[in-house]
Structures are given as structure tokens and as C-alpha cells.
Design a protein around this ligand. Structure first.
Ligand code: NDP
Length: 456
């Protein structure tokens, strides 16, 4: 039995322990999820929607408790934590409001029969494997559409988020989701594989690293089960021109340092035309140096610690390797001289294709700035990584920026904004950033049976 141990990244002190799932509980857990599915799928859609609506209300009513739990558990600054709680509430409410219409059967031309109807039916118990960077949002975008569709869920959250995952389960149950329709489990990776191989489980959605995604997708494939993967990214932010460089660098810094840089769709590579490059680098360095890094519970803090000491050490190693390989460190580059998982906002330049940093994702407050001489060169550089999550193009010439955005190999291309996430917009990537989509009507379409009923 694996135990989940949580530590407060602000202090580095181990906080709480949570007993893990026992191996001999797996069979019963999967069987109960399947049994619960048989009644949940027959619950009226309107009733399932009402439960999601109550979930949204409870998120809002318990916002302070939810926000402070993740601030303690993974170091998110209080204001950002409150924003994440609201986003999760918005997602539950969006599916409550719009989901039922999206599930209505479609009548096709009967073509000689009496009727030809396409129904959207649930497929059964699903496994969710979720990461720590947005504990509530990541679960909401999986749980809301699937609970609405009539699927049941076994949820394995990141082990460092044991308290917030328990709180989410409690809120869903308080809102009316039956116990076995949503089960929160503290499972190990081996137990995830065993659960996924269990005949009762019909599919898996994972958000996290490429390694975890590949491991889980392999088990899903061996057992012929559907998987959705939302993995990493090294998103480009392409700057073609700027009417206001101070504003552009403020936006760039805010986007990169949000959540201490630990977002899959954070802009990680800033690709700047040569005539703007010096001003951009100078402005970005100033904004990074002016960022208040400190206790995430303090309202004046702009950036808190990374999620764990090991996450901080990984980022420190990546930056050191980049510098050892010849990159220029413009600011930052080291852990803060204090307890906890703090790392300085860091700007790197002069990164070349032979360096590790060119190809890998840096999951922390590190911006890499590249100089290019044309929009064509910017597109080639942007696409020259194995990731393809999102990207943005910035220009006063919107038409030109849209033309460049259309050439990006990404799942989400933005013009003059980066990373906007709304419940009704699709979220997901291409290449090694994963496959499948979350949110909006697309998120509702991943784990359903598009079922034909034709009557002669
Ligand atoms: P992981 O991918 O290890 O963790 C994400 C989730 O997957 C957690 O619930 C984790 O469980 C679980 N997991 C890990 N390995 C397996 C496995 N073999 N089988 C089943 N489940 C597994 O992310 P890390 O926390 O290690 O972060 C490492 C990197 O992942 C980051 O630097 C970043 O590149 C990427 N990442 C991307 C995210 C995104 O939003 N796309 C979010 C978080 C990370 P447990 O916690 O118990 O290990």
C-alpha cells in the first residue's frame, strides 16, 4: 500500500500523510464503479445537470477553504488560487447549462427507413489521472463533462494534492453525486495500470508528463481502451511588432510567471524579431526582477514557490545545464536563499539547437528568448520542437498575425493574447503534447458512444 505524503512547498516541511489504496481493494472499487454506472446512466440528464450546478455553487461557497488548501499544498498565490476555484466553478456551471443540449439525439435523414437517430450514450467507468499544477481546474474539465454524460469516475490525483483531491470528492458528494459515481483514490502507478486493465474501466484521461502519458497510454492500448492525453508544451510567443513594449513585456512576464511558470500552456519560448529583441529582453528582465517572490499566502506576493523541492531542483538543473552549454543568463538562475521550493524568475538567451533547453520543457519561472530575422524564421523555430500545445502571435497587424498563427503546429493558436482558457473553448494539443480535447462540446465527445439507432 502506497502512502501519499504532502509537504508545504513554502516551508519544505512534510505536512500530512494519507493512507493509500490497498491492492485487494482494486477489484471491488472497479466493480462498484460499474454498478454505480448502471443507475447513473439512467438518471435524468436534467438531474445530473442540477448536481453539477450545485457543485458550482458549493465551489463558490467554499472558495476560501478550497483556495487556501492549494496554497498550502502546492504553493499557488492566494489570488491565483481564488481564480482557479472560480474557473472550476465556471466549468461545472457551463456543462450544467449547455451540456444537456449537446447530448440531445440527432435525427438523420432516414433514407428509406422509418427513423435514423444518433444518440450520445455514456461508455462506463473512467479513470482520471491528474496533475498538481491546477488541482481543481484539471479535475473539473474531466469530471464535469463525463459526469454529465453519465460516465462514472475513479480519480487518482497527484500524490502531493491529497488534501485538495479529498475536498473535491467531498464537494461532489455534497452536491449529490453518489459515492461510487465519483471515487477519489490514493493509488500508485502500478495500481493505476491494474485499474485501467480491469474489465470494468472503459477509458482513461491523463494530464501530466510525457512519461506518465506514455505509460498509461500503453496500458490503455494493450487493453483496447480509449485514452485522452494532455501533456507538456514549450509554447512559442512570437513578437512581430509592438506599439507599446512596456505593455508587451508586462503581459509576457505575467503569462510566464503565472503559477510560478508551471503551466503546460505557459509561453516558454519568446521568439522576437531582431529590431525589437534588445528592447524586449531588457523589458522582460526588468519585469522579472520587479516580481515579488514570497509567501503565497501573502496578498502582495506575485509568485510563490514551485510545487516541491524536487520540482525546484529539476528547474535548477535545467538552467545550469543550459548555461554550461553556452546559454546567456540575463537574470535569475538560482534557488532563493531561504527554506522552501523558491526559484528566481530567470531569463535565458542565446539558446542554440544543440542545447538541451532548445528541445525540452522547463516547468518553472524561466523564459527563453530567441532572436529571428523574419516571420518565416519565427514559424520555423516555433514548430521545431516535438511539442504542439499552444502558441501566440503578437502584432498590430492582426491579419498578418493570424496568417502566422495559422502556420503554427499547435492545438490552440492565439493572436494578441496567450493561453485564454474558457469552459466553452477546446483545450488540447498535437505532436508530443498529447491527443484528444477537453472543455466545450469537444470535451463531452471524448468518452461517449456515438450510437446509431435505425428503425426500418
Ligand atoms: P507526472 O506526470 O509524474 O504526474 C502527473 C500525474 O500522473 C500524477 O497524478 C502522477 O502521480 C501520475 N503518474 C506519474 N507517473 C505515472 C505512471 N507511470 N502511471 C500512472 N500515473 C502516473 O508529473 P510530475 O509531477 O512528475 O511533473 C513532471 C513534469 O510533468 C513537469 O515538469 C511537466 O513537464 C509535466 N507536467 C505537465 C502538466 C500539464 O499540465 N500538462 C502538469 C504537471 C506536470 P503521482 O503524483 O502519484 O506520481
Amino acid at each position: 500500500m502506497s502512502t501519499y505524503v504532502t509537504a508545504n512547498p513554502t516551508t519544505g516541511v512534510t505536512d500530512r500523510e494519507f493512507p493509500g489504496l490497498a491492492d485487494n481493494e482494486i477489484d471491488g472499487l472497479a466493480a462498484r464503479s460499474l454498478e454505480a454506472f448502471e443507475s447513473w446512466r439512467r438518471t435524468q440528464v436534467a438531474e445530473r445537470a442540477a448536481i453539477l450546478s450545485r457543485t458550482a455553487d458549493l465551489y463558490e461557497q467554499r472558495a476560501d477553504e478550497l483556495a487556501s488548501t492549494i496554497t498550502t499544498e502546492m504553493g499557488k498565490p492566494a489570488k491565483e488560487a481564488a481564480g482557479e476555484v472560480q474557473l472550476a466553478a465556471d466549468i461545472y456551471r457551463w456543462y450544467a447549462d449547455h451540456g444537456p443540449d449537446l447530448l440531445v439525439s440527432e435525427e438523420l435523414d432516414p433514407q428509406g427507413a422509418e427513423s435514423s437517430i444518433v444518440q450520445t450514450a455514456p461508455i462506463g467507468p473512467l479513470l482520471g489521472v491528474m496533475p498538481w499544477n491546477y488541482p481543481y481546474y484539471q479535475v473539473a474539465r474531466f469530471a464535469a463533462p463525463n459526469l454529465l454524460a453519465g460516465n462514472t469516475i475513479v480519480l487518482k490525483h497527484a500524490s502531493i494534492c491529497a488534501a485538495s483531491s479529498a475536498l473535491m470528492a467531498e464537494i461532489l458528494h455534497d452536491a449529490g453525486v453518489p459515492q461510487d459515481v465519483y471515487a477519489n483514490v490514493y493509488a500508485s502507478s502500478d495500481q493505476v495500470a491494474e485499474l485501467l486493465a480491469h474489465p470494468a474501466i472503459r477509458g482513461v484521461s491523463l494530464t501530466g508528463s510525457e512519461g506518465a502519458g506514455a505509460a498509461v497510454a500503453k496500458v490503455a492500448a494493450e487493453n483496447l481502451k480509449k485514452s485522452v492525453l494532455e501533456l507538456g508544451g514549450s509554447d512559442p510567443f512570437i513578437l512581430l511588432d509592438s506599439a507599446d513594449m512596456a505593455r508587451t513585456t508586462t503581459i509576457a512576464a505575467r503569462a510566464r510567471l503565472s503559477n510560478a511558470g508551471q503551466a503546460c500552456n505557459s509561453p516558454k519560448r519568446f521568439i522576437v524579431l531582431d529590431e525589437l529583441y534588445d528592447d524586449f529582453v531588457q523589458g522582460l528582465v526588468e519585469k522579472f526582477e520587479a516580481t515579488t517572490v514570497g509567501d503565497p499566502g501573502d496578498s502582495s506576493t506575485r509568485m510563490g514557490p514551485l510545487s516541491s523541492i524536487s520540482a525546484r531542483d529539476t528547474v535548477a538543473d535545467q538552467v545550469k545545464t543550459a548555461v554550461d552549454q553556452g546559454a546567456t543568463l540575463r537574470t535569475g538562475g538560482a534557488a532563493l536563499d531561504r527554506d522552501g521550493a523558491f526559484f528566481q524568475p530567470t531569463v535565458l538567451t542565446d539558446i542554440t539547437p544543440d542545447m538541451d533547453a532548445y528541445a525540452e520543457e522547463i516547468f518553472g519561472p524561466v523564459a527563453m528568448v530567441y532572436k529571428v530575422s523574419s516571420a518565416d524564421e519565427a514559424v520555423a523555430l516555433a514548430n521545431d520542437v516535438e511539442f504542439g500545445l499552444s502558441g501566440s502571435v503578437w502584432s498590430t497587424d492582426t491579419a498578418k498575425a493570424e496568417e502566422v498563427a495559422d502556420r503554427l503546429e499547435v492545438g490552440m493558436a492565439y493572436v494578441n493574447e496567450h493561453g485564454t482558457t474558457l469552459p466553452g473553448l477546446p483545450f488540447g494539443g498535437v505532436k508530443r503534447s498529447g491527443y484528444g480535447r477537453e472543455l466545450g462540446r469537444w470535451g463531452l465527445g471524448e468518452f461517449v458512444n456515438t450510437k446509431l439507432r435505425r428503425t426500418a
